[in-house]
Design a protein around this ligand. Structure first.
Ligand code: NAP
Length: 265
């Protein structure tokens, strides 16, 4: 049985990738809901500015900078957080990158390494830092930020999509161990959210939502506690249906969609 949904009085929350975008907005939303939130990313100044932004909120934000690709740094951050603030109750492993595409190649070893290092190994480093303590206490809640893009191979998303598909797979599999150990594991699969990452996109992003709205949906999902937090529904459900299609139908449909979106550019 997974542990119950965590509340601010159960301990501290930890958000990785919190120096901008979804991570920063989720940290603020948690502080609005009375959590003390430790935030991690590489840009210390941005984390400290975020901590100041939370000054007037019911909870608070404390900066613990670090690179998620460094396993030892992640373990040290969790040990430090717990020594100062008490047990880690909730972790949102959100740090991620979408490597820029090179003009000459849709996929390269370099871009795959970059995406996998942060979006998969970074998640694993966060899990291996946070999980042992939670498992020992048989209490805790962990959520990993993947993406709806990870459901199936989409045109133009080979590298990023593969790293997100792997993160989803990792969590689906790990969910069994977490359940047995009394820890609640969740996967977050957002559609398009307006952040520095998506502002670089040159294509039409259906149902793009504000980062504040995205953060509210994620934190509501933590409070509900189901395995998957996927939104917006009007994009998530068609994407779920696409997963069921046999390859010939799927490729024909997606090629047509890609052609018509290229025409409208
Ligand atoms: N925006 C969307 O539409 C969307 C949709 C689905 C999923 N997502 C996922 O949501 C997550 C957040 O993305 P975002 O859209 O909010 O983009 P963003 O504003 O670019 O945020 C990415 C965050 O990850 C951090 N990060 C990157 N590499 C890191 C590293 N090696 N170590 C520690 N932190 C690192 C960045 O901080 P530093 O640079 O300071 O380290 C930043 O805080 C990502 O996992 C992304 O794939 C986004």
């Amino acid at each position: 049985m997974a542990s119950s949904r965590m509340k601010p009085q159960d301990g501290i929350a930890w958000v990785t990738g919190a120096s901008s975008g979804i991570g920063a907005a989720v940290a603020l939303e948690l502080a609005r809901r009375d959590w003390t939130v430790a935030v991690t990313a590489r840009r210390v100044d941005a984390l400290e500015a975020l901590a100041r932004e939370a000054d007037t909120l019911p909870g608070r934000i404390v900066a613990h900078a670090g690179d998620v690709t460094n396993a030892r740094a992640m373990r040290t951050i969790v040990e430090t957080i717990e020594a100062i603030h008490g047990p880690l109750a909730l972790a949102f492993l959100n740090a991620g990158v979408a490597p820029r595409k090179r003009a000459d190649a849709a996929v390269s070893g370099e871009s795959v390494s970059e995406a996998v290092a942060v979006n998969l190994v970074g998640v694993a480093n966060g899990l291996s830092a946070a999980l042992p303590g939670m498992m020992q206490r048989r209490r805790g809640q962990l959520a990993v930020n993947a993406s709806l893009v990870g459901y199936r191979g989409l045109p133009g998303a080979a590298v990023y999509g593969a790293s997100k598909a792997a993160a989803i797979h990792l969590c689906e599999s790990l969910r069994f161990d977490c359940d047995r150990a009394g820890v609640r594991l969740q996967i977050v699969n957002p559609g398009f959210v307006d952040t520095p990452m998506t502002r670089r996109n040159q294509f039409v992003m259906p149902f793009l939502m504000t980062v504040e709205e995205g953060a509210r949906r994620i934190v509501d999902g933590f409070e509900r506690g189901g395995f998957e937090i996927a939104f917006p529904r009007r994009l998530a459900w068609p994407m779920k249906l696409l997963r069921l299609l046999p390859y010939p139908v799927y490729f024909a449909l997606m090629s047509r969609a890609a052609r018509s979106s290229a025409k409208s550019d």
